[in-house]
Design a protein around this ligand. Sequence first.
Ligand SMILES: [Zn+2]
Length: 231
Amino acid sequence: MESSWLGSVWEMAVKKQMARRELGRLAGKKGMTDGVFLEDLQSLGMILLASMPKPAKKDNSRSNYATVVTGYWPYDGNGNDKPLLFAVMKLADTNINVKSQLYQEGVRLKLINAQDQLVFIDDVSTNLHAEMAIVNYLCTKEGIQKQNLCGLLEIYCSGKGVCLDCSGWMTKHGIIHAPLSGAPSPTGWKNPLTFALYKASGENLVYTKGLSELSHFNRAYGGPYQGNVKL
Ligand SMILES: [Zn+2]
């Protein structure tokens, strides 16, 4: 066995991500669905899905699958009431009609009461999943600490459902989310705060930073849960 594989910080990073993925799997059994706004977020998601252009026939590439995620957050960085309603659409043009439709529906559902409480995110970097784009916005633009997201942030994923990788991260941080796809991310997953990238190949993960591959998790060594990685 190559000794370089064991004990490095990069292997630990992969191990942590595998543990989060496992948390996602467990969340699939329990279901992180005890939120209060998930139903409202689901109906907002339907408005967004209906607004998306249909993919061309015969084009089955994954990039044409719709990703529509809605989220609700109640406070500003100082704990004052300032609800934010999130809508993340990766592929569609977020035109003005969809925005005003969503705003009206958000007001009708009593989620928000002002235009600037609707946050549209339509420019998401590759492998930063829409759920994680909301987390990134709250932590970097609103100054919310990640440990304060617990029990407050609610996220609904219309279309594909939440992948195991996002579900694991959100379960770890107490973020209410639904529904679950039950599958790991097919291409990769980016940490919302460090932007570390985990490229996926089935159950395997490659941890990268910039252009360098820092570690490749190889299941033949026994897997992260078999105790082979030294602390
Ligand atoms: Zn995801």
